[in-house]
Design a protein around this ligand. Sequence first.
Ligand code: UDP
Length: 406
Amino acid sequence: MRIAMISEHASPLAAIGGVDAGGQNLHVAELATALSAAGHDVCVYTRRDSDAYPDTVRAASGFTVVHVPAGPPRRLPKDELLPYMGEFGQWLAASWTAGPWAPDVVHSHFWMSGLAALTARSRYSVPVVQTYHALGVVKRRYQGALDTSPAQRISYERILGKQVDQVIAQCSDELAELVALGVPRRSIRLIPSGVDATRFTPSGPSALPRRTGRILSVGRLVERKGYADLIEAMRLLPDAEAVIVGGPPASQLKDDPVATHLRWLAQERGVADRIRLTGAVAREEMPEWYRSADLVACPAWYEPFGLTPLEAMACGVPVVAYAVGGLVDTVVDSVTGYLVPPRDYRALAKTLRELLADPVRRLEFGAAAVDRAAECYSWSRTADQLVAVYQQLTRVEVPVEAVSAG
Ligand code: UDP
């Protein structure tokens, strides 16, 4: 199949770490890789945010990335991109109409990509599949006045859900949110993201020398990832060390406002000597960081899916997470880790303390986590499930070998 993926702000080629570069970039890259490996012809469209990029890049893993001219060719915060989505969609329709390449199906990632896809579809007939990655209504609920999304986001997300041909929810919590938003249940399919269990493995080098009591937290340095709660919890865990991986490159950490706040908080709570912020870590090195920890903590206020806990699980590391969003599906309470009430750092500390004191239970949970990650969450499985959806919408016959090859 010829599959167009639209990811307006999140290029699969981008370096991970910035405020707007995280799970979506990786999701698009991994999915495009898995679909290409299964024999499909995948083209990812992302906004051109630099003059230095070529129009088209062929990724090593077999898919093509097209830099679409829409808005100024410089990096802009994603919350400022809405005015350029019409231009983005018109460019797509013109390109597909002119040929030589045109898609059988379009899969848009994030709500603004969905608007570009609908604009394109109004000029070039093609089915559209939508993955939101995050919902404005959830963001507004948790971030309130701090939410910088365009005012129209929630109503556009509702309209999108009614107009696209298929909506993909990444977890059961998102599915419920979509139904509450008014998206017809019959047009939603639940297909979770995956993890590459050939790279994220329990055995292999560790980024830091072994030490008992090390807790790792991974993600973009944004407030909603809940690192402040982890620091509060550290006050109640006198023997533990917390390593926070992610954010801008280490050399820029001193100017980062969230890093500055966390360092201040750690100082204030008397735990600064046991908190370490690493800054961005290269994708290839992530397994070494997970392996260096006894536990991974995910104290996010909300989490649309959360690749990080899955990666930890694939590396055999138990996860203690707030019971929010996708974490409720991936972490099996008392089997692969623990779920604790959201925003309750005391409960977080108590659970972390108990598990840090019990190496046998950590081993048990780690082994169960490896099994769960391998059996339930692979990118080839995600790709196969999506191809089945694409096929239903297009009636393009895909040879059986191509579907199972991934
Ligand atoms: N990540 C990374 N380097 C870092 C920090 C994070 O490669 O320094 C990766 C991490 O391994 C995960 C992704 O970024 O694959 C974060 O995805 P997640 O869904 O957990 O969070 P999001 O960024 O979507 O909020």
